[in-house]
Ligand binder design. Sequence first.
Ligand SMILES: [Zn+2]
Length: 442
Amino acid sequence: MAGETPVAQVTIKGGMPPAPELLRLKARYVFPIAGPPLADGLVTIRGERIESIGPATRSSSRGLAGNVVDLGNAALLPGLVNAHTHLEASDLPAPLGEANMAFPQWIRRVIEYRAGGTFDAQASIVQGLAECVRCGTTTLGEIAVAPWTEATASSAQIDVVAFLELMGLSEQVAQSQLNLAREYLREPSSLAGEGSARGQRFRRGLSPHAPYTAGLTLVAGTVELARSADVPVAMHLAESPDELEFLATGAGPIRTLLEDRGKWLPDAVRPGAGPLEYLRLLAAAPRSLVIHGNYLDDEEIAFVAAHAARMSVVYCPRTHAYFGHGRHPLARLLHAGANVCLGTDSRGSNPDLSLLEEMRFVARHFPELPPPRVLGLGTCNGAQALGFETAGMHAVGTIGVGQGADLMAVALPDRDEPDPHLLVLDSELPAIATWVQGRRVA
Ligand SMILES: [Zn+2]
């Protein structure tokens, strides 16, 4: 059905083409996110910026100059924000292992995969970036196992915050990881976009991996570095019952995994510890992302909510479902006032990198959430989590006058809905176009 949707074709021949001087996008609905949807909407883009948003009335359409793209039965949204992924696994045709497998068993499969002879991290990252663009994502929170090469960063047409992954339970390894992190933050800013007209399309962050791989020394040291360099920190936390058991008692399948790999240290965790101890450390970072938060308790949810201006939870809905976890505390987090956004996580635990499909999954499984709230999770909430501006040229996650024109379009079904949000969310139709700074990139 999607292939039948009439969309004006814009051909791009290699690299980033210049933005058209004037581009008008007309669609059945425009969702600015910051306000209600507009039926029969028109977004005018001059160069890289949005010049106006309004109804495509006959009078305003009369005598339109410039390039007009009539998207037809489609919705125009801000480019989506995928706040958590690991693009290195983007070449996987299907998730590793099988649904409902124990999390430590899956980690073993990831280790095997990374050690495999055919693994090409850079090619996989490039493949993942292309998939993100096709799916309408224009801003990405990426966990980078190794610092991105300049070539990879230059090839990214979208905003990327690349969080360097740090692991180390011992004092000695923690110090060497912190040295790596210092170097990463000091690298010259010749990478893609830095200093370009739009500004920083490539930003750096740090990621102490998880409580069972990054000890308290490494987490605290990372937060200190992040403060001095003013960069965000992302950490997997409260992801599985095995992690909680490990934190509380130092025992269980995660300890066995560490022992098997020769990484176990008797003082790796403090007996009786829990996610709250890590949340307190992360709260000192300029901005922090709690990845997953599947098993946050009421006290931890209250803590995250109390720090909502600078701390966010990234829920990865279909990855969460893949592991058969207990119900995610999404509704409780939102009710408490926490900022929650969405991520796909990697293709190691998810069938694809479509943030649109994550929002649809949330709409199906949390019918109590108002549909505008669900669209907010994949747009403005993600922008806030990653530290993008909410106004001006660099604003992300909304469609607003004066902002950079990062947009995506999705085909709509041939039916009416009292709430037009459901045309986007209660549908299987795909993304059909993506624009970055007024340039069509997919
Ligand atoms: Zn992850």
